[in-house]
Design a binder for this molecule. Structure first.
Ligand code: FAD
Length: 454
């Protein structure tokens, strides 16, 4: 294999997206420098996160899926509950989620502590000196032959490109927007008013509570609010209380919540049963952490300028009910890694990437990703409206029809989600995926298409 063209990527932010990118570049053999604002790369905050087969396949290709399975077993129980916390339908009755998901998509679902995931990814990096903590990016400027990044402590870094995986308040996005404004570029960059919020969420962690099955994911439907709760490792109950806001908020008017707001909402719903035995008050009183935040929804239409590109939450965010925010961040990283590897392997060219090549690559990535993340945002919003039964029609659907349609209706949505998954082109397809229904049928479809085009 001929060597790759030289390239250095500066990664802004070491969350799920930034560390996935670091592991990918490490494995491909592309130079990078990751700059993380916080002093710890895997802080013990952030609650639980559930990953679905689309992200897990990429984690497997990157070589750290095995390590994740040792710290978090697959989800073996699904449940759907009514406003009183009573079961409407559950996996115990007629379906086994682990076998179903593995057969169909190669992987089951897995809850994990966010900090544990970040630690596993970090441990897989071969050269830890490429990750610097306590480096908050202050500015990004374009130079003739690269990008110049300055952090708040005055350090300066040079790279061929800067990838902003620095979350919803991305400094790279701020640099993109500021520079676009200075150049009088179109309103396509001024998208803050396209950020909306219909729901807010209290997410918390409590010690594992009795009265719930092992490794479960349970949804409780309620008018104007909904709950998602899961028992996962290590002996934790992860819980999410979603509340419909009084209206759709936009841009700068989206509320930020204080401790007092959190307390007020919990008190309003204090006696509600989340399961037959567990009330919201129990979750709250046993919490080791709890945060109240608005659920922002957006897909920016412009992700790049010059040598800067934003990926992950910096570019797209959705309600978390379908567990696709982080997964879509991971897919976007896979898409970027595929494109970068392709241009750096082009034997017809030598030397560092030109500004034109970088621009074209960034454009292609956005063209590929935009329809997918927009569809995921829409599905997540739709499902959140269903769980919070925001209309009387949805109330009837969730309480009377939905339970009878499980698991078929769930599997249908999973199929739609995973059929469009993005994987890493440069690494082999994992054996477990090759044996799955998803892979076999997409393989058959591709073969059919090839035959029909002959
Ligand atoms: C309540 C809730 C539940 C969720 N549950 C799920 C789930 O179950 N499954 C799922 O797939 N997704 C879930 N998500 C979504 C998921 O958490 C995000 O989509 C994902 O974390 C995005 O990762 P990211 O790396 O893009 O951004 P972030 O996780 O926000 O990481 C950004 C990083 O950049 C750093 N940073 C910020 N500014 C700077 C700077 N100026 N310089 C340097 N570093 C900087 C930050 O410190 C941070 O480490 C949930 C979200 C919420 C709010």
């Amino acid at each position: 294999m001929s060597p790759l063209r030289p390239c250095k990527v500066i990664i802004s932010g070491g969350g799920v997206a930034g560390l996935t990118l670091a592991v990918a570049l490490d494995k491909i053999g592309v130079d990078y420098q990751l700059l993380e604002a916080y002093p710890d790369i895997a802080p013990k905050v952030g609650g639980g996160i559930c990953f679905l087969p689309n992200a897990l396949t990429i984690f497997d290709q990157l070589g750290f899926y095995e390590d994740l399975t040792t710290i978090c077993p697959p989800l073996s129980n699904f449940g759907f509950r009514d406003p009183n916390g009573d079961l409407l339908s559950s996996s115990d009755n007629n379906w086994d989620p682990v076998s179903l998901c593995k057969e169909r998509y190669g992987y089951a679902f897995q809850w994990m502590e966010r900090s544990a995931l970040l630690r596993v990814m970090y441990n897989h990096l071969s050269d830890k000196s490429k990750v610097l903590t306590g480096k908050r990016i202050k500015s990004v400027e374009n130079s003739e032959d690269g990008a110049v990044v300055t952090t708040t402590d005055g350090s300066v870094f040079f790279g061929d490109m800067v990838i902003g995986t620095d979350g919803v308040h991305s400094s790279v996005r701020k640099a993109i927007v500021r520079q676009a404004k200075e150049r009088g570029l179109g309103s396509e960059y001024m998208e803050e008013d396209n950020v909306t919020s219909d729901f807010a969420c209290i997410y918390g962690v409590s010690p594992k509570l009795g009265g719930m099955p092992e490794n479960c994911l349970e949804f409780r439907f309620n008018r104007g609010s909904s709950t998602l709760i899961g028992n996962g490792p290590p002996d934790r109950t992860f819980w999410f209380f979603y509340k419909q806001l009084d209206r759709t908020y936009r841009g700068t008017e989206i509320p930020r919540f204080s401790e007092a707001d959190l307390e007020k909402v919990v008190r309003e719903h204090w006696d509600e049963y989340i399961t037959t035995d567990i009330q919201l008050s129990t979750l709250y009183e046993t919490r080791t952490e709890a945060l109240y935040t608005s659920m922002q929804e957006f897909v920016f239409s412009k992700w790049d300028l010059d040598r800067m590109l934003i990926l992950g939450d910096a570019a797209h965010q959705m309600t978390s009910i379908l567990a696709q925010g982080g997964a879509q961040a991971v897919e976007s990283i896979a898409c970027f890694a595929n494109s970068l590897k392709k241009v750096l392997s082009d034997v017809s060219k030598t030397g560092r990437l030109s500004a034109r090549e970088i621009h074209d690559m960034f454009q292609q990535i956005q063209d590929m990703r935009l329809p997918r993340v927009r569809a995921m945002l829409e599905s997540s919003n739709k499902r959140q409206c269903m769980d919070a039964m925001v209309t009387s029609e949805l109330e009837d659907l969730m309480l009377n029809k939905f339970p009878k349609l499980v698991p078929g209706i769930i599997v249908e949505r999973w199929d739609e989600t995973f059929e469009q998954s993005v994987f890493l082109d440069m690494f082999p397809v994992p054996e477990t995926l090759k044996a799955s229904w998803l892979y076999c049928q997409s393989h058959e479809r591709k073969t059919e298409l090839m035959r029909s085009s002959l």
